[in-house]
Write a protein that binds this ligand. Sequence first.
Ligand code: FAD
Length: 388
Amino acid sequence: MDLALTEEQRAVQRTAREFAERRLAPHARARDQASTFPLDELLELANLGLLGVAVPEELGGAGAGVVAYSLAMMELARGDASVAVAVSVTNMVGELIARLGDEGQRQRHVPRLTSGAAVCGAFALSEPQAGSDPAGLTTKAERSGAGWRLTGTKQWITSGDRAGVIVVWAMTDPGAGHKGITAFLVEGGARGLTVGRLEDKMGLRGSSTAQLTFDGVEVGEDAVLGGVGGGFRLAMMALDGGRIGIASQAIGVARGALEAAIRYAGERVQFGVPIIKHQAIGNMLADAATWLDASTLMTLRAAALKESGQPFGDAAAMAKLFATEKAGLICDIALQVHGGYGYTTDFPVERACRDVRVTRIYEGTSEIQRIVIARSLLARSAAGRDGR
Ligand SMILES: Cc1cc2nc3c(=O)[nH]c(=O)nc-3n(C[C@H](O)[C@H](O)[C@H](O)COP(=O)(O)OP(=O)(O)OC[C@H]3O[C@@H](n4cnc5c(N)ncnc54)[C@H](O)[C@@H]3O)c2cc1C
């Protein structure tokens, strides 16, 4: 088993780290306080090839693979989780179209995503009444002339107000259950598409989260992604991969918080010694570092499986579940180590606690990850493949 990174993976990691330290971290507090969307930063990330790390080179991506993408996400989230989530969704949409789009769709949309011409991508699956159970979505698409007309409301759409390319899931055959769902490619600013309220969130305040209303939005037949009725399978496939991005995001936030806590514990003196010398503090930091290491290994394993074309769904669900749950605990420990100062906006750990919380909710809550993992355990057991 080779755990060494390739030169290309190290280069992507270095580029993302340098950018995050220079351009993201110094402004993360201001972005959080003013809820500023990172438009300039996304364009700079596009120039660095970081809006499509895992997207093929011929479509303008870096073609560096899923492990490199995961490493980049960790670095960007360590700098500012709000920027990282916009990058994660853009990469997910770019990968999805590159993989399942026809040649026209690939050429029309993917280079716009990787170059920043579309600013970013959006993934419009959730609805006000359909979150964990997306098969219950009610946005509908009806045949209209040579194309389709979309009507309905999407909820919680990351970068939905900014994205130039939006993948929208709609019911095309209500009698067919989840097999009646189809994915469509819709351009930002399409006629009949309105951006509703932007959520006032606990964390990730530099990321916009929009309600989108589709009031008879007309698209051509060439907007159908992955075939009529193939949308649900496509969404599940995208979310499997997306979970690697969210696990990486959680790891990046937790790593930043833990580093700050270690620094602080080495400097803060109580009872005549730096607090890191008090065993209770050292133990908390040791636990946090161990969880972070395990999360990183699990996430890179899921990324490596995906990159090599092997089944990776269980590994991604486990990585997301473990990394996001432990990241919450790590950020909480980091705040505790800072004592009262950690509870103020003067130190970045309070923002880490707020930013990291959502990683246990989006792209499948922790409860849904457990369902995915338990189902797979049952299937493996039935197939006589209990051992790994
Ligand atoms: C900041 C943010 C950004 C987001 N970005 C996007 C985006 O870009 N695109 C998009 O499509 N969506 C996005 N989402 C939506 C996100 O994916 C959903 O919030 C998530 O899937 C949960 O759905 P819900 O909020 O409707 O909660 P619900 O599904 O109503 O769940 C409520 C609670 O019930 C639990 N629960 C539900 N079903 C079960 C079950 N079967 N067993 C046990 N427990 C269960 C859940 O785990 C949760 O604890 C975003 C959400 C947030 C907060």
